[in-house]
Design a protein around this ligand. Structure first.
Ligand code: NAI
Length: 408
């Protein structure tokens, strides 16, 4: 029986026992990792709930394969189906660099208003890491997904639009720029910052996390990134005043110990965050940041715990959610059944959490942990861990699925 996910007027997601979920296989290694992830997610739901719950997967076209079949990279019908079903999961999509079509990922996020990009970063031993203590990395990045320099407002050097804008800037705002400059805009608004920071604080409270750090470059970009900091604090206290405390309060009133049921809201300059997450990662928990900072820090953190092949992600809005592998299409290994499927599998676990099927999400994470601690790994990892042997993507995902049955 197929059923639709719905959202109440208060914003609560209602997920039936047999929800229909849109799935985009993706380009490149999508053909390897999507079937692998689907099999693990189905097995997890079946292990935990038996026949009571089951996902009805609805494949929708996007990317190169869609273009070859339909002439459209991202058909309107795909967007309509995701809007209708409310939830989608996707493999990576190829985007040409510098010219050609606009990133399909950016289009998906903009068109569906998926304003929060959520990336948990956690270490699974014995995955190789450049850190001495990677187990201290346990953070969740909330990246604003719709504005900042990703808003798509930029103009090429010497283009008529660029000349026009430059003329206006010179005449009306006294900005003197090299004539050959390319120009881009960095819009950042109170309302889009507030909803992102609200989501980060909500997550911190629900998941008993200790702090939310607003990561910004407000010392230099006072009105955009500085605005993010100011509006972020405002949103945290307006929405959750009784649960949030400042860093000053933490030391002045609570002797540096976060009281139960409370979350510290604080801010840090972006460059310092990059140093801190290497030197004292245990001091970071939830990080809320504008789009560009978020793009950089989430990939850097993924590298700290073993690379992009491991990092899951979700893009969430008020009306839709899209869960995705955070790495690209890996054309060098595409179609060879050797990619690491963990990013997409763990993104699927986030989707199960989002459904309120936390037991199944936890079962997936435990199974991935057990499989990674075993003897057989995909070649990207096996090559680096002594005593392990390389197996295909499909064989590794079978090991993950088999690991679900141990104390599931
Ligand atoms: P990439 O992530 O595809 O590959 C970088 C390196 O990591 C390659 O050596 C690749 O083999 C390896 N790698 C990536 N995922 C892996 C996995 N699951 N298992 C084992 N090894 C893995 O990044 P690249 O080369 O910069 O981008 C290729 C294409 O992917 C581009 O068209 C880009 O636009 C697109 N892309 C799409 C994303 C998305 O859909 N979310 C994100 C990033 C890039």
């Amino acid at each position: 029986m197929k059923e639709s996910i719905s959202i109440t007027s208060c914003g609560t997601w209602q997920v039936p026992d047999h929800p229909s979920v849109a799935c985009i296989q993706g380009d490149g290694i999508g053909e390897d990792i999507w079937p692998a992830a689907q099999a693990v997610l189905d097995a997890a739901v079946n292990t935990v709930y038996g026949d009571d719950k089951k996902i009805d997967w609805v494949p929708v076209p996007a990317g190169e394969s869609s273009f070859n079949q339909t002439g459209h990279w991202l058909p309107d019908q795909t967007l309509d189906t995701i809007r209708d079903l409310k939830v989608a999961i996707k493999g990576p999509l190829a985007t040409p660099v510098g010219k050609g079509i606009r990133s399909l990922n950016v289009r998906l996020r903009k068109d569906l208003d998926l304003y929060a990009c959520i990336r948990p970063v956690k270490y699974y031993p014995p995955v190789p890491s450049p850190m001495k203590h990677p187990e201290k990395v346990d953070m969740v990045v909330f990246r604003e997904n719709t504005e900042d320099v990703y808003a798509g407002m930029e103009w090429d050097s010497r283009s008529p639009e660029c000349r026009q804008l430059m003329g206006m800037l010179k005449t009306h705002l006294n900005c003197d720029l090299p004539e050959s400059s390319a120009l881009g805009l960095k819009p950042m608004s109170p309302e889009n910052t507030r909803r992102l920071v609200k989501k980060a604080c909500e997550y911190a409270i629900e998941n008993h996390r200790k702090s939310v750090t607003l990561m910004h470059k407000g010392n230099i970009m006072k009105f955009t990134e500085g605005g993010f900091r100011k509006w972020g604090y405002e949103a945290a206290f307006e929405c959750f005043g009784d649960r949030m405390i400042t860093e000053q309060d933490l030391y002045a009133t609570y002797e540096g110990i976060v009281p139960d049921g409370h979350v510290v809201i604080r801010d840090r300059i972006a460059d310092m965050v990059f140093a801190d997450v290497l030197l004292k990662p245990e001091q970071y928990d939830i990080i809320a940041c504008p789009n560009l900072n978020g793009d950089y820090i989430s990939d850097a953190l993924a590298a700290q715990v073993g690379g992009l092949g491991m990092a899951p992600g979700a893009n969430i809005g008020e009306a839709c959610a899209v869960f995705e592998a955070t790495h690209g299409t890996a054309p060098d290994i595409a179609g060879k059944d050797m990619a690491n499927p963990c990013s997409l599998i763990l993104s699927g676990a986030m989707m199960l959490d989002h459904f309120g099927w936390q037991a199944a999400g936890d079962a997936v994470r435990r199974a991935v942990g057990r499989a990674l601690a075993g003897e057989y790994l995909t070649p990207d990892l096996a090559g680096q861990i002594p005593g392990t042997k390389a197996v295909s993507c499909s064989r590794f995902s079978q090991i993950v699925a088999d690991s679900l049955f141990v104390n599931a």
